[in-house]
Design a protein around this ligand. Structure first.
Ligand code: ATP
Length: 357
């Protein structure tokens, strides 16, 4: 049974909410502090309406054995996908992996060739108009009517919905209120993306599809967009985000699904994905030629081209402790000491190049 909420506390809060069943789990320290990882205790809670009966929320998206063949070519090869309500899920994959095809099927814009799909309780191929109102879509590229101002475009879009959000409030939410009177053709790339998001949100959708929302952005515009996407989480929206950027997935998503050649190759949190691959930490420094030789047990290798000494270890805390103890005793300075955990990018490359997990 899926949990309906996760409460991050250090102590079991059973006296506060006796109707909840708590299962302890451990998670990486969110600050990713220092070398290695720090474990914090949390409690995963499943809401119980009556003792022994688990109350579950319907999934926002449930796809089983989803397939899409373009003629003889299989673009989506039997994938299973579940997205919980209120979750931000990042759908990660390299070019041509099958992300857009999958998303278009979920949005009801493409007819699948196999499998079952339910989005907000409906098969997208047969869903009524009221279903479409519950879905917001931000495409990779869009061209709003150039003669309209940003404010007029959002007002016009609001008119298509029975109970839209307040257009001004929506413009504020995406940080476009100061440009509400600017013609859409005069908006910068970043402002256009904000407008795209405002147009997707003004119908007050429950589920938002964001297709590569920050592609082509400079780093500061990307950070701003992340703030907007995090605001969607605060509104309780479910978000399915496709992206090529590992840092984006790591920053925003509750869970990540990695697709490669039409198949899901891994799924989980960023930390869970890191454990699915060779999770070696690299400790390195630039030794001076006159330095004492480190003990053989540390397994130090010196790269001939750069002169950098390095140790690859799966137990970075212990190795670092041994290294720094030795260095202190022998007065070896360990210049340019660096400890590098595998990045999500390393993980992604290993997963997609390896072809399956
Ligand atoms: P990108 O990140 O580049 O947008 P993607 O992961 O979204 O890639 P898709 O656009 O879903 O990938 O494409 C998956 C595969 O299906 C690709 O090999 C693509 O060339 C192929 N494909 C997509 N649409 C069609 C189509 N209409 N007809 C034939 N092949 C198609």
């Amino acid at each position: 049974m899926r949990a309906t909420a996760v409460i991050n506390v250090r102590n079991r809060p059973s006296d506060v909410m006796p109707n909840f069943k708590y299962t302890p789990f451990r998670t990486y320290c969110p600050e990713r502090c220092g070398y290695g990882s720090v474990w914090t205790a949390s409690w995963e809670c499943t809401r119980l309406s009556t003792p022994g009966k688990v109350e579950t929320m319907p999934l926002a998206i449930a796809a089983r054995d989803l397939r899409m063949d373009y003629g003889n070519f299989t673009a989506v090869d039997g994938i299973d996908l579940e997205v919980e309500q209120g979750e931000i899920l990042a759908f990660l994959g390299s070019n041509g992996a099958g992300k857009t095809t999958t998303i278009e099927i979920l949005e009801g814009f493409r007819k699948r060739t196999g499998g079952q799909v339910e989005v907000l309780g409906y098969d997208p191929e047969k869903a009524p108009l009221s279903w479409r109102e519950r879905i917001g879509i931000v495409l990779q590229e869009s061209e709003p009517i150039p003669e309209l101002t940003a404010g007029e475009a959002v007002h016009m879009q609001a008119g298509y919905y029975e109970s839209p959000r307040d257009p001004r409030e929506t413009l504020e939410l995406v940080g476009l209120i100061d440009s509400a009177d600017h013609r859409t053709r005069k908006l910068s790339g970043g402002q256009k993306r904000r407008l795209d998001l405002a147009l997707a949100l003004v119908g007050d959708p429950d589920l938002v599809f964001l297709d590569e929302p920050t592609t082509g952005f400079d780093p500061s515009a990307r950070r701003e967009s992340w703030g907007m996407i995090e605001a969607l989480r605060d509104l309780g929206k479910t978000v399915l985000l496709t992206t090529h950027y590992m840092d984006e997935a790591e920053q925003l998503a509750d869970r990540i699904v990695v697709i490669g050649a039409g198949k899901i190759v891994a799924r989980g949190t960023a930390d869970e994905l890191a454990t699915k691959v060779d999770a070696t930490t690299r400790i390195s420094w630039r030794p001076n030629p006159s330095d004492a030789q480190p003990p053989a047990a540390l397994g130090v290798r010196v790269e001939p081209a750069t002169g950098i000494a390095r140790i690859d270890t799966t137990d970075s805390l212990v190795t670092l402790h041994q290294l720094t103890n030795w260095a202190t005793e022998m007065s070896v300075p360990l210049p340019e000491l660096n400890v590098a955990r595998p990045t999500l990018e390393d993980v992604f490359l290993q997963l997609t190049e390896g072809g399956g997990a």
